[in-house]
Design a protein around this ligand. Structure first.
Ligand SMILES: NC(=O)C1=CN([C@@H]2O[C@H](COP(=O)(O)OP(=O)(O)OC[C@H]3O[C@@H](n4cnc5c(N)ncnc54)[C@H](OP(=O)(O)O)[C@@H]3O)[C@@H](O)[C@H]2O)C=CC1
Ligand SMILES: O=C(O)C1=N[C@H](C(=O)O)C[C@H](O)C1
Length: 267
């Protein structure tokens, strides 16, 4: 008999949260035992207009209470850069395994959470992008950087996104950095006549963030060489594209005793 994994979701009304609720409920081996909503909207998920009245799941306004009352194995966080660090820390303290899709962690926060999970032997996954195609795009980009070290990243997202650059763009740059000799790109004397024109500087490579209505999540990694350019592009056209990664992470985190940053490390 398969062991049922009990799951909580933070941010169930959000674009990703709604999709994750349906995904978890549709799985016979996952049980959605509670959700965290920071606004007092309803006591049960079935009272929300977004969900059917078969979704009998308690809503909590406070994460501590959720952990005490329903003791989930895993919490999936799909909230905001402002809230996610405290949520992750609290989950680890309660021995609840975090699966974090929310982006916007600082390097220091990531390090602190990694150290805490390691010290206490708790599994955790922070995945800036759950889409398998996006992970392949990052891996191919890292591979290409060995041969074509002049690279710029253009990430394009819907205009409701809070953080820039995207978590995916940062992760891509970090993976590229492992293979690309550190150097500044462009003319040594280049000057921005409008500040920001050249994008964010990550170890000498530039990251550009586009925000427009109608977009979901897209990224291009551009490699320039003598007389040639290589473009590696990934598009998520909907949030369903992230759900196979969410399911995989919920299963995988149960087997871990440390924090994994990036889906590429568990595929
Ligand atoms: N890893 C991945 O593959 C992906 C990651 N993301 C990331 O996931 C996050 C969510 O994205 P998205 O769904 O588009 O964003 P939304 O704004 O649609 O959803 C966020 C939800 O979280 C709620 N919320 C905010 N603060 C809290 C809190 N303290 N406690 C509980 N709920 C809270 C918001 O409520 P309210 O609006 O009422 O304040 C909202 O319902 C972002 O960081 C995004 O970058 C997105 C897509 C894929
Ligand atoms: O906010 C989003 O939408 C997304 N956020 C993640 C990120 O910051 O990379 C993942 C995906 O790009 C969608």
């Amino acid at each position: 008999m398969t062991h049922m994994i009990t799951v909580a979701i933070a941010g169930p009304r959000g674009r990703m949260g709604q999709e994750a609720v349906h995904t978890v409920i549709s799985r016979e081996d996952f049980q959605l035992v509670g959700v965290l909503d920071h606004k007092e909207i309803a006591e049960n998920l079935q009272q929300y207009p977004q969900f059917p009245d078969t979704y009998d799941v308690p809503v909590f306004m406070d994460l501590q209470t959720l952990f005490n009352e329903v003791k989930p194995d895993v919490i999936i966080d799909l909230t905001t850069p402002e809230a996610v660090y405290e949520h992750t820390k609290l989950a680890l303290k309660h021995g609840v395994r975090p699966v974090i899709g929310t982006t916007g962690f600082t390097d220091e926060q990531l390090q602190e959470l990694t150290d805490y999970a390691k010290q206490h032997g708790i599994g955790a996954i922070i995945a800036p992008n759950f889409a398998v195609g996006a992970v392949l795009m990052m891996k191919f980009a890292a591979m290409a950087a060995q041969y074509m070290p002049d690279v710029e990243i253009i990430e394009l997202h819907h205009d409701q996104k809070l953080d820039a650059p995207s978590g995916t763009a940062i992760k891509t740059a970090q993976l590229i950095q492992e293979n690309r000799p550190s150097h500044k790109q462009g003319h040594l004397d280049e000057k921005e006549t409008i500040p920001g024109a050249r994008g964010a500087d990550f170890d000498g490579m530039r990251i550009h963030s586009v925000r427009l209505p109608g977009l979901v999540a897209h990224q291009e990694v551009l490699f320039g060489g003598e007389g040639q350019m290589l473009t590696i592009r990934h598009d998520s056209y909907n949030r369903a594209s992230f759900m196979s990664g969410v399911k995989l992470c919920v299963e995988k985190v149960m087997t871990l005793d440390h924090l994994v940053y990036g889906l590429e490390n568990i595929l």
